[in-house]
Design a protein around this ligand. Structure first.
Ligand SMILES: Nc1ncnc2c1ncn2[C@@H]1O[C@H](COP(=O)(O)OP(=O)(O)OP(=O)(O)O)[C@@H](O)[C@H]1O
Length: 702
């Protein structure tokens, strides 16, 4: 009797690689364990902490959420995700339609890796991982038989057999960890390869064809940075882990089902029914968990974004004294994080009631069914040990959804968020194209003028002129509207040539559309009609209103968008050229002040005055050697003397200039003025005439 009672031991929960790394609850006959060989039986054969890197434990997974990187937020947080985000369109949950959508999204993320340029590597690592997964199962089976013989040797007091088995057992426990750890490593390695592949794909697509610009401007996808940096990682980790679990479980299930059926078929049937009920209930609970996890990712990203905004604008906030407003906004966003997290942990608790209960309650089943058979003397001691072993394996195999719900929820949330991103990138930057596997910058192609080409309705036609063309820029009947759902006309039917070496000034009231016209010439905006001809992008330099400082060194900042010369890049911009350009724009002392050309740009942006940053931008013009420059109020922060110096540099270099600005001092640096008059109206006149008129207006002589 005492021995029979000992079978119903305390359930022990442990991550079990032999069960595919799932947390499995098993009943250990601990009274016997304490008496005999505790060290041999407690660390279950083939058992190790599966969820290390590829699948962190539940606690780790939760803590991974705040690691979400800084994200571009849209100010909308909470659950369900905001309807402005493409996420809202994607279904979540467990209905067949939703499941199908999830499968399609996963397929779209897996196909390029296993079917594209990296397929060789992908398949080799898949084979290695699956082989090792099978090895862990084989190991578990081997151990189950060893245990059976072990208990039989003990119960029959066969010391010789026991000693033999002990050696075998010792060898097994030495080999086991090696197999399991190698398996874990292979999984992590494969997930990393896939992650790198997807990240490079996403970065390639994001940084070409103006995808980064259009995605931000249209606001279709929020938190792009988090999706690329964080969601790709979560998705690939979870996907590889789940794939391995399914593979291991399938083999494990077949093997241990045979063992269990051979020992006692009724127990197997009862187990099947129990697992089916448990899985159904868990699936119903799980759909809400997916949505809550996804909402958490969005809320965390938005909160981090608000912190980054404050960090980037410390000076402005300090000048305004806007701390209270900033604090309020930060609190609002973090409140959303906590509110969603509270709902999430509550729902995880509800799910845990079910999943934990599911694992514990069933432990009584084998004892109830097998003990009477044992008491009747129809079953040997070793067979009972193996029954428990096989029972727990089959239970774990049939309970993937129950035990992996948390991981599944993260996986589904990650797949959905990535699906939204890859759809948008496909529209803008050709994510699915296999021809862009590297991060190397694409060479700019000089396209021939396509005279017959006609733009799509509502889109301005862009044609590329060759570098020797005159005029270098020609606007023909160009009308511009603001982008978005409600377009507003800004400029109507402008026709204008910009001759080589000339300088055109675009003027007009604030908000009239001056920068928009420049954006359109640059090809950033395409809404409207007419035709714009200009040299290829690599022949024109556009200086935006706000100078952009990169995170690179002073050297890299000056050379931007080209790169400095180095051993790997001998054709790059030399230090001598950089120093000469800095001197030409009156920044000769900057190198010394900044601490050399190697000084980091992160700090530079905070230290350089706006005027100095604008002069650095002119150094870029000098170094770029481009023949055409478009300046959007690029001297707005300069004194008259420095402004003159900058324009004289351009005149001396024979550069064609298109400027936007309203400063009267600009007249003398230009020969033609295009005045935007609002409501689409415009006029063109000589700069000297425009200057005289402006002066007359000022003095009241008009
Ligand atoms: N992405 C956008 N979507 C919709 N409207 C926009 C967008 N960007 C700018 N606008 C609107 O287009 C109009 C013209 O803007 P633009 O920046 O060209 O003005 P501007 O003449 O350069 O003004 P300023 O001299 O003040 O810089 C503005 O009313 C602005 O609000």
């Amino acid at each position: 009797m005492g021995r029979a009672l000992a079978f119903v031991g305390a359930p022990v929960t442990a991550a079990d690689p032999a069960l595919g790394g799932r947390r499995a609850t098993r009943v250990v006959p601990h009274t016997q364990l304490r008496r005999v060989l505790p060290a041999c039986l407690r660390p279950r054969p083939g058992v190790a902490q599966r969820p290390t890197t590829a699948a962190p434990s539940r606690t780790c997974r939760r803590s991974s959420v705040p690691r979400a990187s800084v994200a571009a937020g849209n100010g909308t947080v909470g659950v369900p995700p905001p309807p402005t985000d493409g996420d809202a369109a994607a279904p979540a949950g467990t209905s067949p339609v939703r499941l199908l959508a999830l499968v399609r999204q996963v397929w779209r993320l897996a196909r390029p890796f296993w079917g594209g340029s990296e397929r060789r590597v992908a398949w080799v690592w898949s084979a290695i991982t699956v082989f090792l997964a099978f090895a862990t199962t084989a190991y578990a089976v081997l151990l189950s038989f060893t245990q059976r013989m072990f208990w039989n040797a003990l119960s029959s007091r066969d010391a010789v057999k026991f000693a033999k088995l002990l050696k075998f057992y010792a060898a097994a426990v030495i080999i086991g960890p090696i197999v399991i750890v190698t398996y874990e490593w292979a999984k992590a390695r494969m997930a990393l390869l896939w992650r790198r592949f997807l990240t490079e794909r996403a970065l390639n697509a994001y940084t070409r064809s103006l995808a980064y610009y259009n995605l931000e401007r249209e606001g279709v996808v929020t938190n792009v940075d988090q999706r690329i940096a964080e969601d790709v990682r979560t998705f690939t980790d979870r996907a590889v882990n789940l794939l391995c679990i399914v593979v291991v479980s399938a083999l494990d299930l077949v093997t241990f089902s045979v063992i269990l059926c051979r020992i006692y078929p009724p127990l197997y049937a009862a187990l099947l029914a129990y697992a089916a009920i448990g899985t159904s209930v868990t699936l119903i609970l799980g759909s809400r968990l997916v949505r809550l996890r996804e909402g958490q990712l969005t809320a965390e990203a938005d909160a981090r974004f608000s912190l980054l905004r404050l960090k980037d604008n410390v000076e402005s906030v300090a000048f305004y004294g806007g701390e209270a407003t900033e604090r309020q906004e930060l609190m609002r966003r973090f409140s959303s994080v906590f509110a969603n997290a509270a709902r999430l942990v509550s729902w995880e608790r509800n799910v845990a009631y079910v999943t934990r209960g599911y694992k514990y309650v069933v432990q009584i089943l084998p004892s109830m069914v097998v003990a009477p058979v044992f008491f009747k003397g129809n079953m040997e001691m070793g067979a009972i040990s193996q029954t428990y072993f096989a029972f727990n394996h089959v239970l774990a195999d049939l309970s993937i959804v129950v035990s992996e719900l948390s991981s599944l929820a993260e996986f589904a949330a990650g797949a959905r968020r990535l699906g939204v991103l890859t759809d948008a990138l496909d529209r803008e930057g050709h994510f699915s194209e296999d021809a862009v596997p590297s991060l190397a910058p694409a060479a700019t192609k000089q396209e021939p003028i396509d005279v017959d080409a006609t733009a799509a309705p509502g889109v301005i036609e862009q044609r590329v002129l060759n570098t020797t063309a005159d005029p270098v820029i020609r606007l023909s009947n160009v009308s511009i509207t603001t982008p978005g759902a409600r377009p507003r006309p800004l400029v109507r039917s402008v026709s204008l040539p910009v001759r080589a070496g000339s300088r055109l000034l675009i003027m007009g009231d604030s908000g009239v559309g001056k920068s928009s016209l420049l954006r359109t010439i640059a090809g950033l905006w395409t809404a409207g009609s007419g035709t714009i001809e200009r040299p290829a992008g690599s022949e024109v330099l556009f200086l935006p209103q706000r100078p952009y400082m990169t995170l690179g060194s002073l050297r890299e900042n000056a050379a931007y968008p080209a790169t400095p010369a180095s051993e790997a890049n001998p054709g790059g911009v030399t230090d001598e050229a950089i120093l000469a350009a800095l001197s030409a724009v009156n920044l000769g002392s900057l190198t010394e002040r900044a601490g050399g050309l190697g000084a980091r740009g992160e700090r530079l942006a905070g230290v350089l005055s706006l005027g100095e940053q604008q002069r650095l931008a002119f150094a870029r013009v000098v170094l770029s050697g481009r023949r055409v420059v478009c300046l959007d109020e690029s001297t707005s922060a300069l004194d008259v003397e420095n402004e003159t110096r900058m324009y004289e540099l351009l005149v001396a270099a024979g550069v064609t200039v298109v400027s936007v600005g309203n400063r009267p001092t600009l007249f003398r640096h230009h020969d033609t003025v295009l005045r935007l008059e609002g409501g689409g109206g415009w006029s063109v006149e000589e700069a000297s005439v425009a200057a005289r008129r402006a002066l007359a207006n000022l003095t009241g002589d008009a």
